[in-house]
Design a binder for this molecule. Sequence first.
Ligand code: NDP
Length: 245
Amino acid sequence: MYSIKDKVVVIMGASSGIGEATTKKLAEAGAKLVIAARREDRLKAIVEVIPNAEISYAVADVTKEEEVQAVVDLAVEKHGRVDVLFNNAGIMPTASLFEKRFAEWRQLLDVNIMGVLNGIAAVLPIMQKQQSGQIVTTDSVAGHVVFQQGAVYCGTKFAVRAIMEGLRQEERHNNIRSTLISPGTVDTELHTTINDIERRNWVENLQRTNGLQASDVAEAVAYAISTPETVAVSEIIIRPTKQED
Ligand code: NDP
């Protein structure tokens, strides 16, 4: 397997769940990491428990393009390049359309779609200059199938799949790879972004009892970025074995 060692990797949404597990996995494999999210205490704690790793953190909200750009700029300043951007930040405040949760809809579009676009916008100039790079985005099985109360969330994940395919087509000549990681249910903190208490508890239970471990998804990310430059892993779908959809 091609080595992850010394690859410069930027992870957005690294403070918990899949992002945290991927940070740990890639640090173990010798990547040079710049990790970001909004919760500074969590980022700091992650850096502290990974000894001897080349890892820095920055506080950033993915909905603010200048903050995403600052994270990428920090990676370039520290390491001179960016090999991989992992667009992993996401939220899932599920509810039925009839509830008209305008603020949640806007936030979903802003974090799950604009967050990904802000990441792409920030790294493309440097990756084009390098004539190499890989953009990995966490999509979902919900980018393939729609579930009730998840219409808007699923819409954001379908959109991300379209955007990442467009990216693949537009940037393949620049040797830039586009990779989607699409998990089924994973045991993370994602349920905390659901505002309806009953539904939040239901999803938490599903995550705890039937979910993949975040480290299972981190393995998929590590595989995708460990392949040779001539190999583009476009998507990995990874479900708990017993998941229905
Ligand atoms: P977590 O809630 O544990 O992690 C979400 C991460 O996104 C956190 O680091 C959070 O950091 C970050 N984040 C949220 N909003 C913002 C923001 N505005 N700016 C910056 N960072 C932000 O859940 P997961 O690990 O499950 O989620 C990771 C990705 O996986 C998401 O894209 C999710 O949609 C996707 N996914 C999850 C599945 C699951 O069952 N868990 C299944 C399929 C896909 P902070 O709050 O500190 O900013």
